[in-house]
Design a protein around this ligand. Sequence first.
Ligand code: ZN
Length: 495
Amino acid sequence: MRLLLAMMKHETNTFSPIPADLQRFRDWGLYEGEAVAQAYAGTNHPLGAYLDLAREVGAEVVTPVAAEAMPSGPVEKQAYDNITGRILDALEGGGFDGALLDLHGAMVAEGEPDGEGGLLARMRAIAPGLPIAVTCDLHCNLSERMVANSTAMIGYKTYPHIDMYEAGTQVGRVLLRALAGEIEPVMAWGEVPLLAQTLCMGTADSPMGPIQAMAREVEQDAVLAATLFGGFPLADIPEARVSSVVVADGDRAAAEAARDRLLEAAWAAREDFVYRGEPLEAAITRAKEIEAGPVILLDHADNVGSGGTEDCMTVIAAVLDRGLRDGAVAAVWDPGAVTEMTEAGVGAEVTLDLGGKTEMPAIGETGRPLRLTGRVRALTDGRWTVRGPMYTGSEVSTGPTAVFETGGVKIVVVSKHHEPWDLGIFTSVGIAPQRCHYLLLKSRIHYRAGFAPLAKATIICDGTGVTTSDNDLLSFERLRRPIFPLDWYESAEVV
Ligand SMILES: [Zn+2]
């Protein structure tokens, strides 16, 4: 048996000013040929599961590419063509029994708003009958083209995404059983006009937790894999919404019934997928009153894991202004500041214009640095390995990294964007997060993977940034309408 294994992952925030060029994929991970297995074997990724399954059945594997970049603005055409081209070129060689793909499902490329659908359609154009199994992120914006050009699809059921390996194993086994003639996968898919906030999709919470439990529950008898995608709402594309895809063994009616159950549950809970915030000042006041730490201060509007610039200083400024001491921040992206601190050296006092280097035209914001005086506490190369439950085993590089201390707060300053979901972002630079009273994290839900076990409280702080949870700050032009809550509330106001 000969299998094609590949990864192509990017969550595209069409409001983000950060380009996704090939270098951005190299920064997180762009591997070819045998380097793919070296990078992903034994990791908690679908690709890690695919490699294990292939070994288990003694299959020959071809791994043309594994590419993932931190979320950001649209993928540049050259990068998209390069990555998809490697997969398509391998396929042109022929002789494959099946393909196992590790995708995201919310990739928007220049000239191709449905990145994954475009890849799958071109794969099927080369190899019309090729069985293809696909994993997608829980934040997939599913398209008809993706479903039409694959054999079996599954999404993660956890957020933070700690079941990537399980999802890969589950859908990979479906494909292998189909290749062995044991089963005949059929798929049903559908969607509801619901633009759900990612901040309301944590699977430790309701409604997403119970809905994902339902997805597991319906996976019995003929139903081989059931998925409810929360979607990715920071994408101005027609497909951004909640959707479902279910794989069954020959029984289309069973697949459709499971799909309907999941979509009805999501629609019934639609009000709970709308985020309602509080003024930043009020959030900081609440945080100041909490005696037991660590208290997480969640700067979710500047979450690089959803395409944030990671250099908006609004929440950090409020924390320093209000004198919340004994804190640590992960992280501020500012390579220039790191260079200045490197030149000054550990222990030196420096005055910096920190952060605020990126313009955000899509939300009408300009970058506003914060002028601060403090001390350089650490300088590192930014390299460490994830030990927590999400992306376990992955090598991280935040580039040259510094710790800047001011007003009793230690700010980790990085040269490459990185969402703090693992304690390593602090421990690698000598900060013990469990001993800090405040941990200001530029994250949304993924921080829970590493930080939930030590957090005594979490305060959601509405700052500035292109990953805002407030739809009113975004202008949607391509999104298919009507959609809840944008149009429901607007029409309610008219009445
Ligand atoms: Zn996701």
